[in-house]
Ligand binder design. Structure first.
Ligand SMILES: Cc1ncc(C[n+]2csc(CCOP(=O)(O)OP(=O)(O)O)c2C)c(N)n1
Length: 579
């Protein structure tokens, strides 16, 4: 029998940890690894067309499964391409291992062809990044990398020179055989009592909940019910919080709308749980703020905090619930819910078909998609306006999942995330809500849908612009520039790539075409012609006004004081956007 090589041991170690596939693009420094993959059956090589897609796909898989996912790139440019996707994984705190192949070990430091120093390059987007320079380090360094990615929830990188991968392994087999630990993290008894007392003594409590509430839906609702507290959620929390939630009042912040904003601003006590909601300016200034997070370093990062605790949502709320009194007053809750109903109505009114024979309102497209998609569909949405439409019009139900680049904010995330979602969830309907700018950025990976036989459905919001940027420019009082997109016929491109390709030119075609695509037994793309947003700012605006105008107008509109300071007719779209 042939001797086991370092690359074989690497693949065996990953397989034993439950890794089912490695996303990547091959290259000679990766040859040892791809050859080991070829010779075994447990791990599949998921060949994509850009390493950035590989990283996004791995991140999506890790997000959906909670387990370690893996991507790989060859030396130099090959692994450099991973970086943006890895930043996304790291910021989204999903366990991803990147294998960054390296030039021959004896050439390191000589300025060799394709030489880079991955330990420096990946330092910022990983918890752990080490060079394996000797076979003796395997599998220990790999296992440390995996364990670090899992335990600290983020990216680990191993840098492996091609020649080392081909050397004989000096160890026989993986050393770690335990399943991933699932600890509960609890506040101390004294802290639970303190927390209960503060909450029992507070009136007008609002809860701001984030992705840290995953798996604790029942406990969250039970706490809100005891406190009569409206729940505002952050974008990453949407899939875990919004559904079956009588306390839901929507979102605040740059993607949010007025009811979430008011519920936060009008409370006396804000209870932040499992959230890293980033916008300082959307926190109340005078409320008592309590923050609970599993990571102590998060406490007070975004706003002043009066009481900070370390714990996971489920354990903390389970311990807290028996100590909470049922709040008597429900005025704050009622008014927040009423406000939400109104805000919701306005949003729903915007999701109309539009003028006959003309392009569609993007809100309408998102709503139709929401209605037509499966109960257990997995959505991904591109950064840009598709994220807004997903935030506002996709209804989560506890089974549906939602992927985005919600912390890193990178364009072009949706298609590669859909690839990772479909690879890891073959029986599910997977839908990419793509911007025309976002799709074009990693469009090569449309080809992967055919090659990997993934029946992903891509809905392209074709507005022929970098529309989100146009909005930002307009809100800042800047004339749009550099935002035009001269687009091709994406449906024809899809057809040429072996997908079903459809174009919905007018709104009456939207529903039937999306329905057709969703039923299609294979990958499909529907490009939908949608309105480019209209937003006019006051025509005369001074330089001073321009500075900070965007936040000013945003806050003004959100707080309903817009009429005092700007002619609302002129910020019609901003109002639509944020009410
Ligand atoms: C990689 C990257 N480049 C640039 C940006 C800045 N940016 C944010 S949204 C956006 C426009 C996205 O355009 P598109 O995908 O067409 O979606 P739209 O907003 O037009 O619906 C841009 C350029 C970014 N976030 N990420």
């Amino acid at each position: 029998m042939a001797k086991k090589r370092v690359a074989d041991l690497l693949v065996e170690t990953l397989a034993q940890a439950g890794v089912a596939r490695i996303y990547g693009v091959s290259g000679d420094s990766l040859n040892g690894i791809t050859d080991s993959i070829r010779r075994q059956k447990q791990i599949r090589w998921a060949h994509v067309r850009h390493e950035e897609s590989a990283a996004f796909a791995a991140g999506a898989e890790a997000h959906l499964t909670g387990r370690l996912a893996v991507c790989a790139g060859s030396c130099g440019p090959g692994n450099l391409h991973l970086i943006n996707g890895l930043y996304d994984c790291h910021r989204s705190r999903v366990p991803v291992l990147a294998i960054a192949a390296q030039i021959p070990s004896q050439e390191i430091g000589s300025g060799y062809f394709q030489e880079t120093h991955p330990e420096h390059l990946f330092a910022q987007c990983s918890h752990y990044c080490e060079l394996i320079s000797h076979p003796e380090q395997m599998p220990r360094v790999l296992e440390i990398a995996m364990q670090t990615a899992i335990a600290r929830r983020g990216v680990s990188v191993i840098t492996l020179p091609g020649d080392i991968a081909l050397r004989d392994a000096l160890r026989e087999c993986p050393r770690l055989k335990f399943p991933p630990p699932t600890p509960s993290v609890s506040l101390s008894d004294v802290e639970i009592d303190t927390l209960a007392k503060i909450l029992n003594d507070s009136e007008k409590i609002t809860i701001l909940a984030g992705a840290g509430c995953a798996g604790a839906h029942a406990e969250l609702i039970a706490v809100a019910s005891k406190l009569n507290a409206p729940i505002v959620h952050a974008m990453r929390g949407k899939e875990f919080i919004e559904y079956d939630n009588p306390f839901d009042v929507g979102m605040t912040g740059l993607l949010g709308f007025s009811s979430g904003y008011h519920a936060m601003m009008n409370c006396d006590t804000l209870l932040m749980i499992g959230t890293d909601f980033p916008y300082q300016q959307f926190f109340p200034e005078h409320a008592t703020i309590i923050q609970i997070d599993i990571r102590g370093e998060q406490l007070g990062r975004r706003t002043k905090v009066d009481y900070g605790f370390v714990g996971d949502t489920k354990t903390t709320f389970r311990a807290l619930l028996p100590k909470l009194k049922q709040a008597a007053d429900d005025e704050h809750l009622k008014s927040a819910l009423e406000h939400y109903q109104k805000a919701r109505k306005t949003l729903d009114e915007l999701a109309t078909e539009g003028r006959e024979g003309k392009e569609s309102h993007p809100q309408f497209v998102a709503r139709e998609l929401d209605e037509l998609a499966d109960a257990a569909a997995i959505f991904s949405c591109d950064v840009g306006t598709p994220t807004i439409w997903a935030a506002r019009y996709l209804k989560m139900n506890g089974k549906r999942r939602l992927l985005g680049s919600f912390s890193h904010g990178s364009m072009a995330n949706a298609l590669p995330q859909a690839i990772g979602a479909q690879m890891s969830h073959p029986g599910h309907q997977v839908i990419s809500m793509s911007g025309d700018g976002g799709l074009a950025m990693l469009m090569g990976d449309l080809l992967s849908l055919r090659q990997l036989e993934l029946p992903v459905k891509v809905i392209v919001f074709k507005n022929n612009a970098l529309a989100f940027v146009e909005l930002e420019m307009k809100a800042a009082g800047i004339l749009e520039f550099g935002t035009d997109l001269h687009n091709p016929d994406f449906a024809k491109i899809a057809e040429a790539a072996g997908l079903l390709g459809l174009t919905a030119e007018s709104s009456d075609q939207v529903r039937p075409m999306i329905a057709h695509a969703l039923k299609h037994n294979g990958p499909a793309l529907v490009e939908v012609l949608v309105h480019r947003q209209e937003l006019s700012m006051p025509p005369t605006i001074t330089l001073e006004q321009m500075t900070g105008f965007s936040l000013f107008a945003l806050k003004a509109v959100l707080s309903g004081r817009g009429d005092e300071i700007v002619d609302l007719a002129k910020v019609n779209l901003l109002r639509r956007w944020f009410t």
